[in-house]
Design a protein around this ligand. Structure first.
Ligand SMILES: C[S@@+](CC[C@H](N)C(=O)[O-])C[C@H]1O[C@@H](n2cnc3c(N)ncnc32)[C@H](O)[C@@H]1O
Length: 476
């Protein structure tokens, strides 16, 4: 089979990592399929890349939808599984985890897989959403929409699709989204064009915290528009005054809005954050998680599903051997804002939370202070550098919690992790493939065994899975 070849009438057998479809082709090799693959659907695919043992392919046409698809919802890029029954989504995720650890069974035949914990909410669960302003111009499809506010079309960055509602946020957030869109559209100002470096409206971000209901908004605009030849009608001062006025009135109608920023954004990259100007309300909003209170700034790092995060963190806490914890030092590796560390603060002697991103560490330290937590130290460092230094100086840790980034954990981190020989390691993973590789390494190079594994579904209608693994010493 050649690159560019179209293979017809293929059945997507199952989904594997990153939500890719899997099928075996006539030559015996497997193909990993992108483009909203649903198990059981019959499709035509195009071979994009030929690798030694497999192909990378893309769906070009769906011939027959899968029996597990309901066809009830409009699909959008953030929720490609919206039309798969939720119980089927859970089965797919559970299988994915179990299958990805197939090789690990060479080291440990019996693995205690507990059932995946379903999300408490299937819809409206996101506490943060980011819409882009943009166009959808396609001569081929005969579509000429020059003012859309929504999400980039999957795989086509130049096109933004418009929506009336997004089912991953709640009705209040959707209402605000429609009102902002309506206001921006009526302004007569054009949407920003990232490539041409023209237009005014860029992004619209909204956070609504699940437990506090507080809403924070960031509207990102392109200030250079006013200096460009393109602008013949608008005065910067008047436009900004109108925006401020609109949000003031909106906040009176929608009383959960507590904070509104304009981001004056001349960044070349398609990011939301530029020079921030607070135009309404407070600098921060707050959220509660497991009895702790968190301040959230526009740029804050915070789990995007508050209730899901509570379930994940509670599971990590549940897996920990609590009877001895009060005398233990816990290392929270890849700690981000140190939330896991803070959750362990009241049941362990002390916690060291290690994170590369300086802002995340500093957010964490501020929130620890807000909660009067004094036994969590925030270390801003690379885990791989920190571990060596820490081992040399202290050598003392009793529980390691590892929650590495999706891509990978630096290869030098794992050997050092094993040197601690702690009674327990809790590994939190958002990538079954790297989890499988790391567990293989741990079992191959140490006397740890997998005590139990449980996945948590924090993001229904997407392929994302969080998995928590407890590793204990074999002789224990
Ligand atoms: C999956 S997130 C951790 C989430 C966090 N434990 C929580 O519960 O919210 C992974 C984190 O690792 C950080 N990171 C990436 N590479 C790192 C490295 N080499 N050393 C330390 N932290 C790193 C990222 O900035 C990110 O915050």
């Amino acid at each position: 089979m050649k690159r560019g070849e179209i293979i017809e009438n293929i059945t997507v057998e199952k989904l594997v990592f990153w939500g890719k479809g899997f099928t075996r082709l006539e030559d015996g090799k497997v193909a990993f399929i992108t483009g909203w693959a649903i198990p059981g659907s019959r499709v035509n695919i195009k071979i994009n890349k030929k690798r030694k043992d497999f192909y990378e392919a893309q769906i070009t046409e769906v011939l027959e939808r899968s029996p597990i698809e309901t066809g009830t919802h409009d699909l959008f890029p953030g929720a490609p599984w919206m039309n798969i029954e939720y119980s089927e989504q859970l089965k797919i995720k559970q299988n994915q985890i179990e299958e990805s650890l197939f090789h690990v069974r060479k080291h440990q035949e019996e693995i205690n897989f507990l059932d995946i914990i379903p999300a408490p909410e299937q819809f409206g669960y996101r506490n943060k959403i980011e819409f882009s302003f943009g166009k959808y111009i396609s001569h081929k499809e005969e579509v000429f929409q020059d003012f859309n506010v929504g999400f980039h079309k999957r795989g086509e960055f130049s096109k933004v699709e418009d929506y009336d509602e997004c089912l991953l946020i709640d009705e209040e957030q959707n209402r605000i989204y429609r009102k902002v869109k309506d206001f921006a559209k009526k302004s007569g100002l054009p949407v920003h064009d990232q490539k041409m470096w023209t237009g005014f409206w860029r992004h619209f971000m909204m956070r609504k915290m699940w437990f506090s209901s507080e809403i924070l908004i960031v509207l990102s605009i392109f200030p250079d528009y006013f200096k460009s030849d393109e602008n013949t009608n608008f005065e910067e001062e008047k436009v900004l005054a109108d925006i401020k006025n609109f949000f003031k009135e909106l906040s009176e109608e929608e009383q959960n809005i507590k904070s509104v920023y304009i981001s004056h954004n001349s960044n070349k990259a398609d990011t939301l954050i530029g020079d921030m100007e607070l135009i309404y309300g407070n600098e921060v909003i707050s959220e509660q998680l497991l009895g702790l209170s968190f301040d959230i700034w526009p740029k804050s790092f915070f789990q995007t599903n508050s209730r899901g995060a509570e379930i994940l963190y509670s599971l990590v806490k549940d897996f920990a051997k609590k009877d001895v914890l009060e005398n233990w030092t816990v290392l929270d590796l890849y700690g981000w804002t140190g939330t896991i560390g803070m959750i362990f603060a009241d049941i362990s002697r002390d916690v060291v939370s290690v994170e590369l991103n300086e802002e995340a560490s500093s957010n964490g330290a501020k929130n620890a202070q807000k909660n009067s937590i004094t036994n969590v130290e925030f270390v801003n460092a690379k885990v791989e550098d920190f571990l060596g230094d820490y081992l040399e100086k202290w050598m003392k840790a009793d529980l390691l919690i590892i929650d590495p980034p999706r891509a990978w954990m630096h290869p030098s981190a794992l050997p050092n992790i094993l040197k601690f020989w702690t009674d327990q390691i809790i590994y939190v993973s958002c990538n079954p493939a790297t989890l499988a590789r790391d567990l293989w390494y741990i079992l191959e190079n140490s006397e740890y065994k997998i005590e139990k594994i449980q996945a948590v579904d924090m993001f229904p209608h997407t392929h994302h899975i969080e998995t928590v693994v407890s590793l204990t010493k074999k002789e224990a």
